[in-house]
Write a protein that binds this ligand. Structure first.
Ligand code: CU
Length: 298
């Protein structure tokens, strides 16, 4: 074992001890002073996906981390396992072995593509890149492992004019389609997000299945591009899920703040993406007032 591996092992050890200590604290029950003085956010123990290039021993390795701006730039990468070998066996997840999301850090230029893998485990796919810093997310399930979303940075050379995050809006338009979003999500609470698709003012009821659902949603936190796990409600052919105009998802926003939502939907064999900025509010925390109104001495 070399020095970096020893250090990594030590850090993992520390993390395990820390998590164990947290767990013990939670199960031992309330310490009156602690529970009344401040409320621990429920989601604080679990980091959102996509913030790390390495998780559970698996690492996303881009063949190049700096490229020139162009269209159809070949992007190549491997997923390596704990022994450093390229992973070549994956399980299907939403009908694909690996989903690749590429987005500039200012949320421009979103692309959701499906690379192909060679026998040595190198994935490749052409993507369109303008100048700027990009985040590349690989979403996959390695054989024998759990579903992972790993993220890595890709620097695209050239003059970069970062765009401000578009203002929050419940409506987005793309290629003559209007998509509206219902729901007012609160941080840390399970949220329903219902999109409704219309064209020329008429509800669209002939959406086509795409990746096992009538839509595919990616949600990213604006501040750091944390990648949320989002689940579609119902699936085509289940007898209850209509082919539009509504497409439902559920997710839990880990914190308050702004998020960018990218909804892919398929109509007449074309996949389009509707983009939304959503501002998530803090969940009400009645525990604090309840506790203090009971008149604990401090
Ligand atoms: Cu995909």
């Amino acid at each position: 074992m070399n020095a970096p591996q020893k250090i990594a092992g030590f850090i993992v050890g520390l993390a395990v001890v820390f998590v164990a200590a947290w767990g013990v604290g939670a199960t031992l029950g309330p310490d009156p002073a602690a529970t009344t003085s401040h409320v621990q956010p429920a989601a604080a123990t679990e980091l959102p996906a996509g913030l790390s290039s390495t998780e559970n021993g698996y690492t996303l390795r881009l063949a190049q981390t700096r490229v020139d701006a162009n269209s159809q730039v070949p992007l190549r990468f491997r997923i390596t396992d704990g022994s450093g070998s390229a992973v070549t066996r994956y399980l299907d997840n939403h009908e694909k072995q690996l989903h690749l999301i590429v987005v500039r850090r200012d949320m421009a230029g979103f692309q959701h593509v499906h690379p192909t893998m060679d026998s040595a485990g190198t994935w490749s796919v052409p993507v369109d890149l303008s100048a700027g810093d990009y985040r590349v997310f690989a979403d996959f399930v390695p054989e024998g492992g759990e579903k992972l979303t790993l993220g890595a940075d890709l620097h695209v050379a050239g003059r970069y004019d970062p765009q401000p995050l578009p203002a929050p809006s419940a409506t987005a338009t793309v290629d003559g389609f209007t998509v509206s979003l219902a729901g007012s999500p609160k941080a840390t609470e399970p949220s329903m997000l219902t999109f409704s698709v219309t064209r020329d003012g008429k509800p669209v009821t002939d959406l086509q299945p795409y990746l096992g659902a009538y839509g595919h949603l990616v949600a990213l936190r604006a501040s750091d591009l944390a990648y949320l796990h989002v689940h579609p409600m119902g699936e085509p052919g289940d007898g209850v899920t209509p082919a539009g105009p509504e497409i439902g998802f559920h997710t839990t926003f880990p914190t308050d703040g702004d998020y960018r939502l990218f909804l892919d939907f398929k109509h007449q064999n074309v996949v389009r993406t509707a983009e939304f900025t959503v501002s998530v509010d803090r969940a009400p925390q009645p525990t604090m007032t309840t506790e203090s109104s009971q008149g604990h001495d401090h």
